[in-house]
Design a protein around this ligand. Structure first.
Ligand SMILES: Cc1ncc(COP(=O)(O)O)c(C=O)c1O
Length: 396
């Protein structure tokens, strides 16, 4: 949780600015707010950083995905290709839009594989909701090509890869819209918060209106503006935006620290010949929130995970995690039961018990992921590296 590791005076100052005005609403109230616009300032800085025309801050990463789907016109009757390995939020937003999530294979980038996407396309496919999983970025040249060849909208959920680049292009800028989360576990946090970015003016306008009951945000006073569309409440508050803004200004430092720590661990693990690393297409652009590697087989991976746990090495075996892998999403597979899905716009509930992704399963069985921390000291990283090497040598 890099962002939460480094709260300081900067976050307090931004929040106090807001409290001193008493205006917690991100729109209007110009006379009272003493020129204090945290959400707007965060949007301007975030858009400039990503070199895009538009950014809209919203309530969460989940709402960012929902907003992007709505802004791109994805809904009832459409299929959206999604990943089986990520937090489930993007899948939930597809269901919420009334569209059908279609799971495709991942590759050793841990993101959707271009061939996997191709194999999952049907005449109903409208979009690919590509998650840049745990700080990595997929094979973007090929993915963009598949989307172009099949006339699919590419929406990027870059929540886990903020600050990463591939050949100089930032995560979140490869598709029609990019989505981010600033929840409590992300590289920077606002407590709760999210963002969508785009170069498309129509998508941007739909995004800010849809997030705020359709308000067009053109009038000085709330209620004097028009409602060109219906919407929802996905607004961010000024308090969350204030924390996010302070954190965003620390992003370069966070990434620098993560990269330094990752380099030490990775160099050390290179001495284990049976171990291979996650495919990182452009190492220089790695946001470095995690270090993922593959072991020869499932049995060895489980044994190493147990030994890492015993030695206090923070390591995830996602195959067995309840939240990040379809293998354990029983609530999704049992969605036919009203108890699992309180409300739906889908006429026919898909049967996710039938999803069969052997390539993904084989990757997941052999993969361990170490979550990296900003505040580790050099001594701590070296101790951890040495412990990991010792365990791995003993086990293989
Ligand atoms: C890829 C991805 N998308 C969306 C979300 C949802 O973000 P939030 O918790 O801000 O709603 C998460 C949360 O972990 C995520 O990992």
């Amino acid at each position: 949780m890099p962002g939460t590791e480094i709260f300081g005076e900067e976050e307090k100052k931004e929040v106090l600015d807001v409290l001193n005005t008493g205006v917690l609403m991100r729109y209007n109230h110009e006379d009272e707010r003493k020129n204090c616009w945290k959400a707007k300032t965060f949007e301007q800085e975030f858009a400039a950083y990503h070199d895009v025309h538009y950014c809209h801050m919203c309530a969460s990463g989940t709402s960012a995905d929902a907003i992007a789907l709505a802004a791109c016109g994805v809904g009832i009757g459409d299929e959206v290709i999604v990943t089986p390995f990520s937090f489930i939020a993007p899948v939930e937003t597809v269901l919420e839009a009334g569209a059908v999530p279609v799971f495709a294979e991942i590759d050793e980038t841990l993101c959707l594989a271009p061939e996997g996407i191709k194999a999952a396309i049907t005449p109903k496919t409208k979009a690919v909701l590509l998650v840049q999983v745990f700080g990595g970025i997929g094979k973007m040249d090929e993915i963009i090509q598949v989307c172009a060849d099949h006339n699919l909208i590419l929406i990027e959920d870059a929540a886990p890869a903020l600050g990463g680049t591939q050949h100089g292009k930032r995560a979140g800028t490869f598709g029609k819209m990019g989505c981010f989360s600033f929840d409590f576990y992300k590289i920077i946090t606002a407590g709760e918060g999210g963002a969508v970015i785009t170069n498309d003016e129509v998508c941007y306008n739909k995004s800010h209106m849809y997030s705020d009951h359709g308000h067009d945000h053109k009038a000085k006073h709330r209620g004097e503006d028009q409602h060109p569309i219906l919407g929802f409440n996905y607004r961010i508050s000024e308090l969350n935006a204030a924390v996010g803004l302070a954190q965003f200004r620390k992003l370069a430092y966070i990434i620098e620290r993560l990269r330094a720590n990752k380099k030490i661990l990775k160099e050390g693990l290179r001495t284990i010949p049976q171990l291979t690393f996650r495919h990182v297409i452009d190492e220089e652009g790695d946001s470095a929130t995690s270090l993922a590697f593959f072991l020869p087989d499932k049995g060895t991976t489980k044994r190493v995970k147990k030994a890492f746990d015993e030695q206090g090495i923070p390591c995830a075996y996602w195959l067995e995690n309840n939240f990040h892998y379809i293998g354990n999403w029983d609530h999704l597979k049992d969605m036919q039961s009203p108890a699992k899905l309180p409300i739906t716009r889908l006429e026919k509930i898909p049967n996710f018990h039938q999803v069969h992704l052997p390539q993904t399963e084989s990757i997941m069985e052999r993969m361990l992921m170490v979550e990296l921390k900003v505040k580790w000291t050099l001594k701590e990283v070296i101790q951890m590296r040495d412990k990991m090497i010792r365990i791995l040598k003993e086990m293989m």
